[in-house]
Design a protein around this ligand. Structure first.
Ligand SMILES: [Zn+2]
Length: 297
């Protein structure tokens, strides 16, 4: 699969100017390493992410715009490759990381993770060297109305290094709240993830789907899954315009995207730490879920 993607990438860079421009934009992106406590955050200034960071994703705005993931609305030059039974894989024209892909369901259906965890793990198994992410409809997905995942190269994927010695189910003192699951038994792993998502739905009163971002990868037959339970989508500094940020899975994994140059120059580790605390689940609710998970192990 990875070779097929590389071929697609070469063809699309030649055929699709917007993608070539996006890849050039990423090559020009500046990245600054910020030490926070015992881990690093890679702050990345990517001007071409401005539209996505500030996109209106409320129900009304979404209903008014043509869906940019439906096949009929894609740019004429955009080409994908089939992936699994129901998905197509495309190059993302606004990349945050190398080999940034979008994995799109063939049909226009809501962004929901229920019954899709198995697909997510299968994508991780098929894409060696990549991470796969899911952004919940209300916490980072720019197309909350069309089921999709993203993938990207793990050459820079800070959370993997941060957690390499840990077995879960949490990552202590990491500022952002996250569940960590590892395993090579696909069905057992899906059970644990579903269970955690169910507990989050109960605890937060979000019965349809709790606010979550998920990242997963596979190495030597073992999956690693990071499940970020969210308290809210955008932090207060977004609305006060102090910082133009809209954190989703990639930011929580340690690549913090800032589309504005001023923000890139001024952002501090303390500001990012505060923002992580604000957008992920509060301590008390998180501990409640952790206790239940541990009790039932
Ligand atoms: Zn659609």
């Amino acid at each position: 699969m990875v070779n097929e993607i590389e071929e697609l990438r070469k063809r699309q860079i030649r055929a699709w100017p917007q993608l070539a421009q996006g890849i050039e934009g990423l090559a020009r992106a500046r990245t600054r390493r910020l030490r926070i406590d015992w881990f690093d955050i890679f702050v990345r200034h990517i001007p071409h992410r401005a539209a996505s960071t500030t996109a209106a994703v409320d129900r009304e705005s979404i209903a008014k715009r043509p869906c940019f993931l439906c096949v009929g609305n894609l740019p004429a030059e955009e080409e994908g490759v089939p992936f699994g039974d129901n998905f197509t894989l495309y190059l993302n024209p606004f990349p945050i990381v190398d080999c940034h892909l979008t994995i799109v369901h063939r049909h226009h259906r809501l962004q929901r993770i229920a019954y899709e965890l198995g697909n997510m793990l299968d994508f991780a198994a098929a894409l060696t060297g990549y991470f796969i992410i899911y952004n919940g409809a209300e916490c980072g997905a720019s197309a909350p109305d069309h089921l999709h995942f993203q993938a990207g190269s793990r050459v820079l994927f800070p959370i993997e290094k941060d957690t390499s010695a840990l077995t879960g189910p949490t990552v202590p003192n990491y500022l952002r709240k996250v569940f960590l699951f590892r395993g090579s038994d696909r069905a057992a792993l899906i059970d644990r993830m579903e269970h955690a998502i169910g507990l989050l739905a109960e605890t937060t009163g979000r019965r349809e789907e709790p606010l979550v971002n998920i990242a997963a990868f596979q190495e030597n037959g073992e999956w690693t899954v990071y499940l970020f339970p969210r308290a809210k989508h955008r932090p207060d500094v977004f609305y006060t315009r102090e910082l133009t940020v809209s954190p989703a899975a990639i930011d929580l994994c340690g690549i913090f995207v800032l589309p504005l140059a001023d923000d890139f120059a001024k952002v501090t580790g303390d500001a990012i730490a505060a923002l992580f605390r604000e957008v992920t689940l509060p301590e008390a609710q998180f501990c409640e879920v952790v206790d239940q998970l541990e009790r039932e192990r």
